[in-house]
Design a protein around this ligand. Sequence first.
Ligand SMILES: Cc1cc2nc3c(=O)[nH]c(=O)nc-3n(C[C@H](O)[C@H](O)[C@H](O)COP(=O)(O)OP(=O)(O)OC[C@H]3O[C@@H](n4cnc5c(N)ncnc54)[C@H](O)[C@@H]3O)c2cc1C
Length: 415
Amino acid sequence: MAARAQPLETQLASATGDPVRVLVVGAGVAGMAVAQLLRRQGWHPVVVDRARDDRAAGYMLALMPMVDPLIDDLDARDRYLDASVELGRYRFRSHTGREMRTDSMAGVVDRYGDYRGISRSSLQDVLWANGGDVTFQTTVAALEERPEGVRVTLRNGEVESDHEFDLVIVADGIRSTTRDLVPGSGPLDVVDTRWGGWVAWVDAEDDDEPDLGDEIWGAGFFLGTYPVQGRIGAFLGGPAEDLQSGPREFVRKVRGRLRTTSPRVERALAAVAAEPDPYYWPLDDVRTARWTTARTVLLGDAAAGFLPTAGIGAGMAMESAWVLARMLAHAPEVDLAALLAEYERIQKPRVEAAQSNSRALARLMFRRSRTLAVVREWAARALSVTAALGPIVRLLQDPPDPERAVAAARVRAEG
Ligand SMILES: Cc1cc2nc3c(=O)[nH]c(=O)nc-3n(C[C@H](O)[C@H](O)[C@H](O)COP(=O)(O)OP(=O)(O)OC[C@H]3O[C@@H](n4cnc5c(N)ncnc54)[C@H](O)[C@@H]3O)c2cc1C
């Protein structure tokens, strides 16, 4: 099911009797996840999104086991499994396309939960299966926080209107403009790799090894292919200056550098080359200095936007949405500012550890040098995918405990 587009007035009217009147800015992965969890506890968060409708750019997501508690709290496990595929193996190829190693993901998944491939639109369907209201084409024009509430000016087309909320959840993605309106979120710490890439879809074929993520770490390019239901998502990246000549020309250069190829690699390259205007993703990230004030909280990529290298941004956004929603359930009886401060204290270091893992992998992956590529390939003989994702595996070993954080918030509020 898609999100139900609702006029703002309808959402506002439903929210009037709520114990905590919540505005969620951004109906992406994080915003919709937290809104749906709050709805399940009987609240009516008002959700707005800048987009025209719920069909944002389509791309593939690999989701690690930290999303499982959220999926379970939404009673969505069967839907999630039906809409996704198991990612059981990962293949690393050399800069010339030669297969170097194929690792089982069992070390990551067996002990901690599922590792699944899903398209962003299918994930939206999973999150929205019980319906969910969104007012589209709406942004925050101004935000003023006071002790008794947050006054928000919403802009819908040409029309601006002022509203009062108890809490504003800012979840408008890596290029959030709303966070600029929140005092204290800057200065931003940005890593810009000066690489970018295109995403394209390939229809799955019988010999495609549907449980396999496959990556070529080239010298001056990167090609990853990742299965979802019935399709393979392809990502072809390179230095931004080299991509200016367009997908067709860049694919031609990449083909010239490959000595070994496979039907899947060939089809992925052909799909990128055939797209006149493929979805372009600049490979940069962002980290904010603070996530919360007494009545606002940055969530998902708006708080910490990820490089794609560890495939973990959506996973951490969903984990954060789950922790936040679990903690907010206590807002009627525990001071909101104390809950938010505790949420930030436990969740920010976790998310930043995953983000640092992605940054470290980016320093290895996004390189032009052939010499470095050869050294990297030697190192890869000894380094399994589980070892490369060590900091993330440690997060899975030590999951967050929202109830303990609520207890700490009570103490904080009393002291
Ligand atoms: C190509 C690609 C591949 C990826 N692969 C993976 C992967 O394999 N695994 C993984 O875990 N993560 C992956 N990620 C990262 C993941 O998609 C993000 O971390 C995740 O979507 C973050 O969720 P979010 O809700 O914070 O932001 P988003 O999902 O980006 O949602 C932001 C929402 O805010 C809306 N919005 C924007 N500006 C405004 C505004 N001013 N006002 C109101 N609304 C606004 C947008 O329309 C959008 O709906 C990938 C990302 C990309 C681009």
